[in-house]
Design a binder for this molecule. Sequence first.
Ligand code: SF4
Ligand code: SF4
Length: 300
Amino acid sequence: MKPSSFLSLARFGLKTILFRKTDPILGTIIVTDRCNLKCRHCSVNNITSVLYPYAQIRDEMHKLYDMGVRILFFCGGETFLWRDGDRNLRDLVTEAKDMGFLIVNVVTNGTFPIDLPEADLILLSLDGARERHDLVRGPTFDVIMENVQNATADNICFYMAINRLNKDAVREVCILARETKNVRAVSFNFHTPYPDTRELALSKEEKKACCAVIADMMKEGAPVFNLKSAFPYLIENSFPTPCRQCVVMENGRLSVCGRCIDVPGLCAECGYFFVAEYTLLFRGKPKVVFEMLRTYLKYV
Ligand code: SF4
Ligand code: SF4
């Protein structure tokens, strides 16, 4: 991250903490819900299957920028499926950078060739080594690892959603993150139990066991892009929700925090690590603030 970007984000954080502000800093644009996969834990793929038009996405980018958002995520469905005429995902990332967003990240399932050096981070879903990953996501592990090896930059961060099916694969994903070319880090979430996937939710004891493994792997030098200081809150689901500093745009509609905001009762069972990390950060929890500074400077 450029020093000027770091200072700008630090200034925002300080103002938010001191004056208890709720202005957004992190925005997500859903470019499509079309996806080539049908993962076991997913509730959001192919509901409309529309690739949203470029003009609409550009308009959403401007709206978010004008609201003060400076960290932008492009998310799907599968983002690499998006195109409009000659334009593709890479054009969106370049345009977001030119517009002035300080950090531009992309979320992908990794099944398409990865040529996106302009992105700060590419969050690539990996739910285990071959056996467990394929159990959750279909037979995709080999093609994903090939795409990772052949990527044109080292800006990849594995992104693992931990659920009942893959809870024992945390260690193996940490090792893959440490040893795979082009991978900078791994970031975790617990499964957030939408009504149609409740059976995949982890118990408190299972979350505790997973956090213990992640903490051990951090000690062993695994590049984990999460905050250990947030683990107790994630285990207990005791962090504040929703995250007021995060917004999502999907097809012209703006939501606070996540597109899941309207699912009754879901926030009380939220498994998204970023929600815990950001809400605790902006409440000024000293350990979280310190760890966030250290982690962002290391991986972004
Ligand atoms: S790749 Fe992502 S959007 Fe597609 S089915 Fe899997 S979790 Fe859902
Ligand atoms: S806090 Fe609620 S809206 Fe935010 S990500 Fe979690 S479940 Fe979704």
